[in-house]
Design a protein around this ligand. Structure first.
Ligand code: 13P
Length: 249
């Protein structure tokens, strides 16, 4: 049985004042029956960890370097995230693939480093609008999965997030059939590569314009084990609405 997960990706949003929202989320979800994760900017990791201490909310990073330490100005190692209180790290988000030209092999190296350090890795995959319109979605997702998911993955340390690039921050969402098709495909690929036991235990998140109003429908789709939420995770009331929908799914 896979434990459901509501993950919030704050991206490059939030200074210390945003911790009020985290405090409010903690109050709104005193005894959650699903896993809750908030990935704030790295500057807030340590403070966010203190805010959620003793609650059902976990804290995660948004990226890490593939090396354990060294001359990499501006970067953070997996160990540093762990030390700041993170349990998880998002890797290969399309914004990093685009802004920082991250390739599948870079993401796989980062995922190896994260897993070696004891972090869970949320590895993101997703197609552009052009790729979907050219009917290449499954090919693209399959290639991203083989390239960026490391061999050491297990149901414990790997989470895969399907985030169609054209659905991120746009208010556009694929149809429920389209989401189901991709999630079933990801599940089948994981089972083929890692065997049924591991393949079935990896959690699959949908991300891209998830809101309180569409969450219940999305969570009813097969092989959707939760969501990776951007904009709607910044406000406690919105994210709590999504968490409620997941708890009822
Ligand atoms: P939105 O929920 O703002 O569309 O962002 C999704 C996302 O990119 C989460 O990682």
């Amino acid at each position: 049985m896979r434990r459901k997960l509501a993950a919030g990706n704050w991206k490059m949003n939030g200074t210390g004042a945003a911790l009020n929202e985290l405090e409010a989320l903690r109050t709104a979800c005193p005894a959650p029956s699903v896993d809750i994760l908030i990935c704030p900017p790295a500057t807030l990791l340590d403070r966010a960890t203190r805010v959620v201490a003793g609650s059902g909310i976990a804290i995660g990073g948004q990226d890490c370097h593939a090396a354990t330490s060294g001359a990499h100005t501006g970067d953070l190692s997996a160990d540093m995230l762990l030390d700041a209180g993170a349990s998880t790290v998002i890797l290969g988000h399309s914004e990093r693939r685009e802004d920082h030209a991250e390739q599948n092999e870079d993401i796989r190296a980062k995922a190896r480093a994260a897993m070696d350090a004891g972090l869970k890795a949320i590895i993101c995959v997703g197609e552009s609008l052009e790729q979907r319109e050219a009917a290449n979605t499954l090919d693209i997702i399959g290639g991203q999965m083989s390239g960026s998911i490391p061999d050491q993955s297990t149901g414990e340390n790997l989470i895969v997030a399907y985030e169609p690039i054209w659905a991120i921050g746009t208010g556009k969402v694929p149809t429920l059939d389209e989401i189901g098709e991709v999630h079933d495909f990801i599940r089948a690929r994981l089972e083929r590569r890692f065997g049924e036991g591991v393949g079935r235990s990896v959690r699959l998140l949908y991300g891209g314009s998830v809101k309180p109003g569409n969450a219940a429908d999305i969570f009813a789709v097969s092989n959707v084990d939760g969501a990776l939420v951007g904009g709607a995770s910044l406000k406690a009331a919105d994210f709590a609405g999504i968490i409620d929908a997941l708890q009822e799914a």
